[in-house]
Write a new protein. Structure first.
Length: 165
């Protein structure tokens, strides 16, 4: 897992009505980043394009948290979840994320689209976000999907060189 360091304890907030939008190719390499995403993450568009999306992964996010995300989006399903991301300067920001596959006319996956908003727009405080992350970390192993199928957390997580979300 990419270990983005250093980190601070400062949280960056963004307006409730603002959306952070990015697109990646099949390997998780960023192909588009809107201005709001660049601004909150602290990177220029040029610094983000061509980088793996996990450039903003905060080290507090457990590697296993992304297994379900990849399972869902690689199978053409939407994924929704709470994510703690790292800014370029080490600060962090919370997002409520929706990630989906971008499909061509034949239904083949071309890449992935991520739309993120402030958890405050869903009525969540920073403290509630931190509590949710702590619960995720405490309960991440063993993991199973809603259908009861066990998740092999090691084999299902793409390496940072394979896929960067």
């Amino acid at each position: 897992m990419r270990n983005n360091q250093p980190v601070t304890n400062r949280e960056q907030l963004f307006p409730e009505g603002e959306f952070l939008i990015s697109k990646t190719d099949l390997t998780g390499t960023i192909t588009y980043a809107n201005r709001a995403f660049c601004r909150i993450a602290g990177y220029s568009e040029g610094e983000l394009i061509g980088q793996p999306h996990n450039i903003v992964r905060h080290p507090d996010m457990p590697e296993a948290a992304f297994a379900e995300l990849w399972h869902d989006v690689q199978n053409g399903q939407e994924w929704h979840g709470l994510v703690k991301n790292r800014c370029k300067n080490g600060d962090h920001y919370w997002v409520k994320a929706t990630i989906m596959a971008e499909l061509d006319a034949q239904g083949s996956i071309l890449g992935y689209i991520s739309v993120r908003r402030s958890p405050a727009s869903a009525g969540m405080s920073s403290e509630e976000c931190a509590t949710a992350l702590a619960e995720l970390v405490a309960n991440v192993v063993p993991a199973s999907r809603p259908d009861g199928e066990a998740v092999d957390l090691v084999s299902e997580i793409p390496s940072e060189t394979d896929q960067g979300l």
